[in-house]
Design a protein around this ligand. Structure first.
Ligand code: ZN
Length: 172
């Protein structure tokens, strides 16, 4: 998950198929966002379907994301529970700026921009981090990080090793 990813340069059928697969995987795993490297594809694209501070669901596809975060007085840290589909079952407090904007392209190569607050601000930062080879465990203090991986270990047996690519099997 810490590998360098390739920029998206061709907005072709292959990319659109990847995006459709990622959206399906995200919904099956009940996540609010998913980055390509979480399904083993090292290319810079993420998908999301996440509520903002007004509870409005925003969905989108972002290729080659560039994040804009508030600075100076505008920068207010929001500390809240954060989790990741690549660490299923585990949540710890993570402080992040309470608003974030991301620019990039959609799956057809059109320029797009999303401005997020609430959970959406967190989601846009979390997914962009993934595409820069960072996971949210890297963003929390060491004590929280240890707790995060410990909680995850407890749950790890319940998930396939390539989760969220493979679904959870029923016990039948
Ligand atoms: Zn994640």
């Amino acid at each position: 998950m810490h590998r360098e990813l390739a920029d998206i340069v061709e907005f072709d059928e292959e990319l659109r198929t990847l995006v459709a697969d990622m959206v399906a995987t995200m919904y099956a795993a009940e996540g609010v966002g998913l980055a390509a490297n979480q399904v083993g594809v090292d290319r810079k694209v993420f998908v999301f379907d996440c509520p903002n501070d007004d509870g409005e669901r925003i969905t989108g596809v972002v290729c080659n994301p560039v994040l804009e975060l508030p600075e100076g007085k505008e920068r207010v840290l929001d500390v809240a529970d954060e989790g990741c589909l690549s660490l299923p079952g585990a949540f710890v407090d993570c402080g992040r700026p309470d608003t974030a904007s991301v620019t990039g392209q959609d799956e057809n190569g059109n320029d797009i921009r999303f401005d997020g607050d609430g959970l959406l601000a967190r989601c846009l930062q979390h997914e962009t981090d993934h595409l820069h080879g960072m996971v949210f465990g890297d963003r929390v203090p060491e004590k929280s990080r240890k707790r995060l991986y410990k909680i995850h270990e407890k749950y790890a047996d319940m998930y396939p090793t390539d989760w969220p690519v493979s679904p959870i099997m029923d016990d039948e």
